[in-house]
Design a protein around this ligand. Structure first.
Ligand code: IMP
Length: 209
């Protein structure tokens, strides 16, 4: 169930998270001050959805041995949780990238700062990213990875922000489709901060809310 049906499921998940978004309030301490966070997507929402994605990927790759390529830094909690729930033999490798941009905007200028450790020629590859926003970064990565001649190339993203898309991309596995808001937590950062939040929250006015 790739493409339309999966996207529909993802939209249902989005509606659910948006209606439950305001219910939970959590505290964390930054620079000695307690800050309040309201998850847009709760830990429990994430946990359930990650299990669904792992089940879907297992069904699609049963009998195969896919290579997961995590895009650092943002993918780390998502990829770790996804693979913990994936009952399938697989390999894991990483690429680290640096996207150039100003504050919360990307320009699509991407530098690969850490390379895959093994060849992916002829392999089934699943790229795992934290978020696809304009699509410029993912498009650059896919073009680059295709030159390495994988047998099969799929994309799994925790979040999809289609409102800002500049490039038409096919995303095979989507955790949640979110509105046009800048979010942090569960791997996503602002200025390298907030990646450790166990939930996803909207970042506004230079403070998470
Ligand atoms: P794109 O090239 O515009 O698709 O942006 C992709 C990259 O921008 C992601 O890998 C993130 O690093 C960053 N990004 C885009 N939107 C957000 C957001 O809402 N929160 C945190 N990072 C984001």
């Amino acid at each position: 169930m790739i493409g339309g049906a999966w996207q529909k499921l993802s939209l249902v998940a989005t509606r659910q998270i948006l209606t439950s978004a305001k219910k939970i309030e959590m505290n964390t301490v930054e620079k000695g001050a307690t800050m309040k966070f309201q998850p847009l997507i709760t830990e429990e929402d994430i946990r359930k959805r990650v299990i669904e994605l792992a089940t879907q990927i297992k069904r699609d790759f049963i009998g195969k041995e896919p290579v997961f390529v995590g895009i650092l830094n943002g993918c780390f909690p998502f990829l770790a949780d996804l693979l913990r729930h994936l009952d399938l033999t697989c390999l894991v490798d990483f690429m680290r990238i640096r996207s150039y941009g100003v504050a919360t905007e990307t320009t699509g200028v991407v530098e690969i700062t850490a390379e895959l450790q093994r060849s992916i020629v002829g392999r089934d590859v699943i790229v795992v990213e934290d978020i696809v926003d304009t699509g410029l970064t993912m498009s650059y990565l896919l073009d680059n990875i295709r030159t390495r001649r994988p047998a099969n190339l799929r994309v799994c993203t925790l979040l999809d922000k289609p409102a800002r898309r500049l490039i038409d991309l096919h995303l095979d596995y989507i955790g949640f489709t979110i509105p046009d808001r800048f979010v942090v937590g569960y791997g996503l950062d602002f200025d390298e901060k907030y990646r450790n939040l166990p939930y996803i929250t909207v970042y506004e006015d230079e403070r998470p809310i």
